[in-house]
Design a protein around this ligand. Structure first.
Ligand code: 13P
Ligand code: SF4
Length: 332
């Protein structure tokens, strides 16, 4: 790599070398994938065109499970930084690429590890469960990691008298408290996408579509979850829309999931739940930093790469592996 290219990558966080406009990017990505023995893992919140080219599309738990078991030499992670880090922690010998290194997460940012370490000091007899949406450094301070698919089961798997700190998402934490009846000490973090849904506008929609089911992700606030017919992770929500006989669904999560819902149930209607602002969309600005062009460049140049210090990998791996073991026990 030449110096200009390296500097450009550091400044932008992604490679924007010009792409030949006559190139069939999809065909080229598929060719490079085979040539380099690479696998593309994509979260449901990615652009439709990225989802359509991925080898595996899933929620945070499914993506971690895939990252742990893939025999590909290279993992291209179409998601956000903490997800690519988790893949690197689980498969440290593999090259893990992220199309845009600046694809972060507001929830992860809401919990800086040095502040969390101080917070944890106040509760020395508590076990620490962290939601996977956090940095590798924060995972290294944890006992067990969880995702929105398994947070309830992970808490339930612990003895009744076990004291627990749960972070960084206070909304998921409140939801888990309700479902398990346990008293968790919560970190005060939240996701910018799931905190903006408007209760009044959702009620208006429900009046307009009285037969529609309202489904929500547990990162949403309590007053939104209280109205929901179903609460679950992105894969749980998708499964619900496939299995439930309703023909219309109001969906309170990032809008990328609607692509798979519509593909799986082409005759059903999916309505994004309206946010509290004038913007009509529920896009995660971090997830949407990835584009097909960046994905192509990243596979072609094998950059930007996500790397972590060996000691962080070692300490963050144990709580993630504990999560995977408990999930397997619950058949998740
Ligand atoms: P899940 O993938 O667990 O549904 O979580 C959604 C999310 O916010 C990922 O950033
Ligand atoms: Fe983070 Fe929220 Fe975006 Fe998920 S949707 S990556 S939690 S900011």
């Amino acid at each position: 790599m030449n110096i200009t290219f390296e500097k450009d990558l550091q400044a932008k966080g992604y490679i924007d070398e010009p792409i030949d406009p006559t190139l069939d990017i999809v065909a080229e990505i598929n060719r490079l994938k085979k040539e380099k023995n690479a696998v593309i893992l994509a979260h449901y919140y990615q652009e439709s065109e990225i989802q359509d080219i991925a080898d595996y599309i899933g929620d945070s738990l499914g993506l971690s499970q895939q990252a742990a078991k893939t025999d590909a030499e290279m993992i291209v992670f179409a998601g956000v930084h903490f997800m690519a880090e988790t893949a690197k922690i689980l498969s440290p010998s593999k090259k893990v690429l992220l199309p845009d290194l600046k694809a972060g997460c507001s929830l992860s940012d809401s919990c800086p590890p040095h502040l969390f370490a101080k917070f944890k000091e106040q509760y020395p007899d508590h076990l620490v469960i962290t939601y996977v949406n956090c940095t590798a450094e924060l995972k290294a301070l944890s006992d067990i990691v969880c995702t929105s698919s398994n947070a309830v089961q992970i808490v339930q798997s612990l003895p009744e008298d076990q004291k627990i700190i749960f972070g960084p998402d206070k909304n998921l934490g409140e939801y888990v408290k309700k479902k398990t009846g346990r008293d968790l000490v919560l970190w005060n973090g939240a996701c910018m996408v799931h905190e903006i849904f408007s209760q009044d506008r959702i009620l208006d929609l429900r009046n307009q579509f009285p037969n529609a089911k309202f489904i929500a992700h547990p990162e949403c606030e309590d007053h939104i979850l209280a109205q929901a017919d179903y609460v679950g992770s992105t894969s749980g929500m998708l499964k619900y829309t496939i299995e439930d006989p309703a023909q219309q669904f109001i969906v309170a999560t990032e809008s990328g999931i609607l692509h798979q819902m519509q593909k799986s149930s082409p005759n059903k209607m999916f309505i994004p739940a309206p946010p509290n602002n004038v913007c009509a969309c529920n896009d995660c600005p971090h997830m949407k930093l990835n584009t097909l062009e960046k994905l192509y460049n990243c596979l072609y140049y094998e950059q930007p790469e996500v790397d972590l210090a060996a000691d962080v990998i070692q300490s963050a791996r144990k709580p993630i592996e504990r999560m995977l073991e408990i999930s397997e026990r619950f058949g998740l």
